[in-house]
Design a protein around this ligand. Sequence first.
Ligand code: CO
Length: 409
Amino acid sequence: MFINKERLRRRIDAINEASRDPQGGYTRLAFSEQDREARRMVEELMREAGLEVEHDAAGNIIGSYKCGDLAGYVAAGSHIDTVRNGGPFDGLLGSIAAIEALQCAREQRVPLKHPLRAIVFADEEGARFGSGLIGSKSIAGIPLPQPLDSYVDRDGVHLVDALKNFGIAPEKVLNAAAPKDTYSAFLELHIEQSAVLEQRQKQIGIVSGIKGVYWIRGSFTGEANHAGGTPMNMRHDALAAASKLVTEIYRIGCELGNEFVATVGVLKITPGGINTIPGHVEYTVDVRDLDMARRSEGIRQILKAAEEAAAFYHVSHEHSCIKDEASCNMDSSVMKILEEVCRDNKTNYMILPSGPFHDTLPMASLCKTGMIFVPSIGGISHSPRENTNWDDIYQGTEILYRALIRLAQ
Ligand code: CO
């Protein structure tokens, strides 16, 4: 192995230790004091690694190793912000592994044609302000879906004020947009956040693409009435219709196959009394797939099922789409390099899609991209119980390093 395991582990542990949460796990919400301290530590590590450190207009931390005659950085990175009570590796692994990979290339004086970059993206999780991907979208020149001044955290702090507090001018965030050809390739190492690798006993996942998210918000409207006085055949029960839809969505998800997933995450029942027939139910559906045609088919079946449920229970149905993001395929030449590197290194791997989004998604609009997954124990993430074996962490970092070198040579 070329990477320095002990150094990698020490750095990850130190940053986690500084943001240990008394309620469990680690909390580094974006633009919080814990985030500030972690960012300070990351910059120090970048300098220790011999990188030139800079901040861009969106608060991304960029460490460059200037080498080679060709333009176009071969970059790697991830985020260091977490959800509340997050685990040790979500984001932090890919950030510190990128610094390790660059330091390793520098120390071993590997001859390279392209310069290298480690990027630590600002606010990936969106756990505090609800947006997420702020840093990576800004580098890609993609504005957030809402105006910046509309985002507020649960304590009433505005995103624009949190940015200013970190020395970031909100109106200049998109100045971080990277000119065309700045990057020639981008790689991200990340925990899987699912149990597929563990079940298949693979140490590495090579990501084929990131599933496109589609969110539906809908409602059934019937009539609230007395649970005792209204005969069954005279009801307009909005919850009965919603329940039928929930089980239909489950069936559609199972029938369309493994990569298609659909989830009802919210049901709001009104008025919500023990002796009252529900007159109104609001629901949400999260639909994802890598295959956009199959996703459309799933959405079509779900909406048809909703209309049928409404007709069956004599209620009305309304719906709207509140998010529609296309799926994104990883670059096939990068995937091929990752496969070769795994084979050379005798690491067992498999190819799989990513359900969650990542900083790689916006980066894919700038350059060719690839993602490496390492197993999440029990498939758990966004929890203090999130964990990955150190052996898998080292293998993932080694694969990241070797692939970066191959891309830069
Ligand atoms: Co993450």
